[in-house]
Design a protein around this ligand. Structure first.
Ligand SMILES: Cc1cc2nc3c(=O)[nH]c(=O)nc-3n(C[C@H](O)[C@H](O)[C@H](O)COP(=O)(O)OP(=O)(O)OC[C@H]3O[C@@H](n4cnc5c(N)ncnc54)[C@H](O)[C@@H]3O)c2cc1C
Length: 449
């Protein structure tokens, strides 16, 4: 228990001041003898706040845990508590992704994504090596299968070079040297892409951070006082617990906009959840490594790809379809309140109006395995519908602005005594170490200020 003390000298008719709302009791004691002046009493009041920690992190995914890790590295002795609603770490985006350490080739030079992914990929490999976490630097192929993709493939080569990433251009025969069953008109090989076990990374970050991690702790209320700190209430029997800290860090992923609003900050965006469905390849010998299509500039984060994961299996996907709940991992999961909030956000309708044609294709591939298999055959002609075994899906937390803009870059915003991570889609697992350091820097600045 940390006591924050604040000494206030003032005029008062009595020696006590009203207590704050229930989450933030401030106890006050008159410590000096009272001096009387024209009927008023001059008193000295010491306010004490029972802080449970310095930094309160909401969310035990890779971003929240990397933030906790970065804080305790940068400022040893800082007390960090992570509140995670599930029974363990990394049960949502972090534990349901493709497991790829992205090179950073896709992202606009100078963007946070480009800077943090390039740096983050190298750091992630080092982190995994240091702690014995399964990983491999495999490289990956990006393959053009249509003529109209060739200019975009060449633009990627250029972008890769601008981002300092080693890229090798390939003709059809050279594609076959890497992947005998893959067909394409041209391709590129990116040397620094890899794969790892992000759940193991998250667990290690939790352990190495020395933070107190409370599982089963869903934050349902936040009482933020700009002059004091934050007090949160968690859901639970008997009204849950109250945890108090000096600054709140919101890394709630699919719920980050809701946590920002609970804090009293209007984030100006909403998370619109997009589910990504995967299949496992029944004949994994058909694919040696990682094979991607040329990305569509309108949706650089999309495109069904083939990934030989760290578990040895080959995963095919993800597509992108609207999820009917933020943690809606199948069409059968519908949460009316969440769906209502998504539908009520004007940006949702604007995306639908702009991208209905693309979305229609994704929906078709979601409901028809045959359509999905046809899409995969563009890259891997020998695949048949029977080769595709349904696998666990993930849901992306995509921030959407009121005008329907899909926020492309990572987005971190600050409110009084709060730092909110509002957009951390792919490649945020790759980039989690630099993202965590940046969030930590901002949280520590609040403590120091
Ligand atoms: C299908 C898919 C494929 C992807 N592939 C890749 C990839 O190959 N490489 C890559 O780098 N990135 C990939 N990503 C992106 C990457 O997984 C995410 O960017 C990253 O995991 C985000 O981490 P996070 O900690 O922000 O979110 P999460 O992992 O979702 O963690 C947020 C946590 O907050 C908790 N939480 C939410 N609300 C509350 C509350 N009120 N109280 C307490 N806890 C709360 C949740 O339970 C959750 O554990 C992919 C994502 C998806 C969905």
């Amino acid at each position: 228990m940390i006591l924050g003390l604040r000494v206030v000298c003032g005029l008062s008719r009595s020696s006590s001041r009203p207590l704050g709302p229930p989450l933030f009791p401030v106890f006050e004691v008159t410590v000096s003898g009272a001096v009387h002046y024209r009927g008023w009493e001059v008193v000295q009041v010491v306010s004490g706040i029972a802080y449970d920690c310095d930094v309160l992190v909401v969310g035990g995914g890779i971003v929240g845990l990397s933030t906790a890790y970065a804080i305790t590295r940068a400022a040893p002795g800082t007390r960090v508590t992570v509140l995670e609603k599930e029974s363990g770490p990394a049960q949502h985006q972090t534990g349901r992704n493709s497991g790829v350490i992205h090179s950073g080739i896709y992202y606009r030079p100078g963007s946070l994504k480009a800077r943090y992914a390039v740096r983050g990929a190298a750091e992630m490999v080092k982190f995994c090596a240091e702690y014995g976490i399964p990983h491999a630097v495999t490289g990956k192929l990006i393959v053009a299968t249509e003529r109209d993709e060739l200019p975009r493939l060449h633009a990627l080569v250029q972008r890769g070079r601008e981002n300092g990433i080693p890229v090798r251009e390939l003709g059809p025969a050279q594609i076959g040297e890497y992947e005998p069953e893959v067909r394409g008109l041209a391709g590129i090989h990116v040397g620094t892409t890899g794969i790892c076990d992000y759940v193991a990374v998250a667990r290690q970050l939790a352990e190495s951070s020395g933070a107190e991690i409370r599982y089963g702790a869903r934050v349902v209320r936040v009482d933020r006082r700009a002059d004091l700190g934050v007090a949160v209430r968690t859901a639970g029997p008997g009204g849950g617990e109250v945890v108090r800290g000096r600054v709140l860090v919101n890394c709630a992923g699919l719920y980050c906009d809701e946590v920002a609003r609970l804090t009293g900050d209007e984030p100006g965006m909403r998370i619109v959840p997009f589910r990504g469905e995967y299949f496992t390849l029944a004949r994994p010998e058909l694919v040696r490594g990682l094979v991607y299509p040329v990305p569509d500039p309108a949706f650089p984060f999309l495109g069904v790809h083939l990934t030989r994961g760290i578990d040895g299996g080959v995963h095919i996907g993800p597509n992108a379809v609207p999820a009917l709940a933020r943690e809606g991992y199948g069409w059968g999961t519908v949460r009316v309140r969440e769906l209502g909030a998504t539908v009520a956000w004007p940006g949702t309708w604007r995306i639908a109006a702009r991208h209905w044609r693309y979305g229609g294709g994704e929906l078709r591939r979601s409901v028809s395995k045959g359509a999905f298999a046809r899409a995969v055959r563009r890259l891997l002609p020998v695949v048949s519908e029977g080769d595709l075994v349904p696998a666990a899906a993930g849901v992306r937390a995509q921030a959407v602005l009121r005008d329907g803009t899909l926020v492309d870059d990572f987005l971190i915003r600050e409110g009084a005594r709060a730092v909110h991570v509002l957009n951390a889609p792919s490649p945020a697992a790759t980039a989690s170490l630099p993202i965590g350091r940046e969030v930590a820097r901002r949280a520590l600045a609040v403590l120091g200020g």
